[in-house]
Design a protein around this ligand. Structure first.
Ligand code: SF4
Length: 702
């Protein structure tokens, strides 16, 4: 199962949360052939441009091939001794909360598990957060408020079975292209299927949309509040489902009913006529899936937006049945695996809750650990603030580039410059973050790594190696394990293979569970190395050896709240950031089709870089005319946090008063076009997710 032929290996794409299966072949010429895996249930052989070009990104140019201390090569023993002794001294002098890990949705589940175990169970702090905080933590918070658990109820098949798909804050065509292809193919077969795009921009996703709601930034909560009120006014509430399986409906409805169509129109920027048309489409279609992504999550009111969406599905009982449900699609390849191991500062492990004493006892007993973090740690923005103010004195960054991706990114630079001890594990020797490391540790990259990832539909797949580890590079789980042993925890970190870690993770998911938690893969807790190598993609809670998943979450209620009822959450509309006359434009950030994160991999492919060769700003032509900006000229965007210079791309896909700039370009590729340095570090008060879609900037010709 693991290999198709001696030269070809079944693995999983390194990029987005669709989690496509890939067949990677080492050709005689040394080139890497890449094809979509026809057997993988996420993509059935499809790949997007990024996935197809994976073979062009695995060369060793720019790779970090040995540990470095102060920029100079060092042996593994010396580097690991220094990391362990510096962390140990800091903890002994200033306590466990004086150290932190900042990890990544790029890590494999096994890496994530070991990092989380070391920090929460053995160091005794919950100061481990992840770049997934920037990606989907509002979905986690919204799920937990509504369902009592971080359960994504949907599957990709639901997208093909739906009669109506709402794409909310999601440019699926570019950010999750294979899901877009699956919807487009289903729509071609069943032209009656309807797709509504809800996005301030008319993105490429509009090509399959029957309706585009050009919503104001952050208008989503108001839209779904209005929809809930309309569902009730049209007597379309599924009273049987609401009465039997939910609580709090009347309170949520009271707020929704206080907003009439005119007020929803004012808050969303959508005309009352179009609102009515959309609301009618929703109420009159039984099979509806609401797909949502960063436009919902990356907001100061992201968690409320998630719950406003879930409220509408609960009110109509459209959840847990084929072709229906709210569906959060994750940005990163293993955001979901990170959630499963509890690798966020406010989670425990195996979907257990850090604030629950019983859960803490379960995890501590299972790990036989000397301690267990008893309160949430610092979330990403707070974590880097604590580094800057000196509260955190030793920081280990793994597989991520926060100097490019965090809001107010220049403050992250300051934090790293002032931090007494910074460790970075990465595959690259030079990026905007590695240059601040006191110790650099060479990690294994895609094609060399061995482990598992979980995609947006809860499907666990293997990433398998087909290349040797270059130089002295090592897997992240191995590096963390070596440090844990040096900190005196050898017995609890005996791992020699990723299969052993996966087996322990699986066993923990069943420990004291008895159906009380959604995540349970304990059927795999005795998995051997050979079985692990052969592991086929499976979608939890499908057990080992069981046929493809029949059971759906929530069709008969059975939520993970104390009374097993889903909770409606009363939601108020998000208020737009107060206007500042100095900064007339709303800046929105996001992805382009052919690049990934900060381009450290996709930037190597000439083919991918040909789509957009340099950073740009999408500007409405009328706004450009007012400011004397010509198409393809250079434009300066700035605010109190800094300035960037990018190429003007004039397009009426962009609404007036709004600018879109992609997030990818960084110091390595384009001078200093790090757009996230312009974004204020405003966060959702519940999830801590930064509002990366909403900044105010001024614009002028350069
Ligand atoms: Fe990779 Fe996502 Fe493209 Fe699939 S859709 S090939 S997972 S980037």
């Amino acid at each position: 199962n693991s290999s198709v032929s001696p030269e070809t290996v079944r693995t999983t794409c390194a990029y987005c949360g669709v989690g496509c299966g890939v067949l990677a072949t080492r050709e005689e010429s040394g080139a890497i052939g890449i094809k979509g895996d026809p057997m993988h249930p996420a993509n059935f052989g499809r790949l997007c441009s990024k996935g197809s070009a994976l073979g062009e990104t695995v060369d060793l140019e720019g790779r970090l091939l040995e540990p470095r201390i102060g920029g100079k090569p060092a042996s593994w023993d010396t580097a690991l001794d220094l990391v362990a002794s510096s962390f140990a001294e800091t903890i002994s002098e200033h306590g466990p909360d004086s150290v932190a890990f900042y990890v990544s949705g790029q890590l494999l589940t096994e890496d994530y598990y070991v990092a989380n175990k070391l920090m929460k169970g053995f160091i005794g702090s919950a100061n481990i957060d992840t770049n997934s905080r920037l990606c989907m933590s509002s979905s986690v918070a919204g799920h937990r408020r509504a369902f009592g658990s971080d359960t994504v109820p949907g599957t990709y098949e639901d997208l093909e079975l739906a009669d109506l798909i709402l794409l909310t804050g999601s440019n699926l065509a570019w950010c999750h292209p294979v899901l877009y292809q699956r919807i487009a193919a289903a729509k071609a077969k069943r032209p009656a299927m309807r797709v509504v795009l809800i996005d301030p921009r008319r993105t490429m996703t509009s090509d399959i949309a029957d309706m585009h709601l050009a919503i104001k930034s952050d208008g989503d909560a108001a839209l779904f509040i209005g929809l809930l009120g309309y569902i009730a006014a049209q007597a379309m509430v599924d009273r049987t489902y609401v009465d039997r399986y939910t609580s709090g409906f009347e309170q949520a409805l009271a707020i929704a009913s206080s907003h009439d169509l005119r007020s929803i129109s004012a808050r969303t920027g959508i005309s009352p006529e179009q609102l009515r048309e959309f609301f009618n489409l929703f109420t009159q279609t039984e099979r509806v899936v609401t797909v949502y992504s960063q436009g919902v999550n990356q907001s100061a009111g992201g968690t409320d937006k998630v719950n406003a969406i879930i409220n509408c599905h609960l009110a109509t009982g459209r959840i847990g049945r084929p072709g229906m449900g709210p569906f959060s699609v994750t940005g990163q390849p293993n955001a979901m695996g990170g959630r499963e191991v509890g690798g966020l500062a406010n989670m425990l492990a195996a979907h257990m809750h850090i604030e629950d004493e019983g859960h803490r006892d379960l995890v501590q007993t299972f790990w036989n650990s000397p301690t267990i973090a008893s309160r949430p740690g610092l979330k990403a923005v707070d974590l880097f603030n604590a580094v800057r103010t000196g509260k955190i004195k030793a920081l280990w960054i793994m597989a991520t580039n926060p100097v490019d991706s965090m809001p107010e990114a220049d403050l992250v630079v300051k934090a790293l410059q002032e931090c007494p001890f910074v460790v970075v594990s990465d595959i690259n020797s030079v990026n905007d973050t590695t240059i601040h490391a006191h110790v650099l540790l060479p990690a294994a990259g895609w094609g060399e790594k061995d482990g598992t990832v979980t995609n947006s539909e809860r499907r666990i797949s293997r990433q398998r190696p087909f290349l040797p580890l270059p130089g002295k590079a090592r897997p992240d789980w191995w590096i963390i394990t070596q440090v844990a042993r040096r900190l005196g925890f050898a017995e609890a970190f005996p791992y020699e293979t990723p299969a052993q870690i996966f087996a322990e993770h699986a066993a923990l998911s069943g420990h004291g569970n008895r159906g009380s938690r959604d995540f349970d893969i304990s059927a795999h807790s005795a998995i051997s190395d050979v079985e692990y190598d052969d592991l086929s993609p499976f979608q939890w809670p499908q057990g080992r050896g069981e046929a493809a998943l029949e059971r759906r979450f929530f069709s008969q209620g059975e939520f993970y709240t104390p009374d097993q009822r889903a909770r409606f959450i009363p939601v108020n509309p998000v208020n737009e950031e107060a206007a500042d006359p100095r900064f007339a434009f709303t800046l929105n950030t996001g992805r382009v089709r052919d690049h990934w994160h900060t381009m450290t991999r996709t930037g190597k492919s000439a083919r991918l870089s040909a789509h957009f060769a340099e950073p740009f700003a999408e500007i409405n032509p009328l706004d450009a005319a007012v400011h004397g900006i010509a198409d393809a000229s250079l434009v300066k965007l700035g605010n109190d946090h800094g300035t960037i210079i990018v190429r003007a791309l004039l397009t009426d896909r962009q609404a007036r008063g709004r600018i879109f700039v992609p997030m990818h370009w960084n110091g390595q590729f384009a001078g200093d076009a790090r757009v996230d340095k312009l974004v204020s570090a405003n966060v959702d008060p519940i999830s801590g997710q930064p509002a990366l879609k909403m900044a105010r900037v001024a614009m002028k010709p350069f």
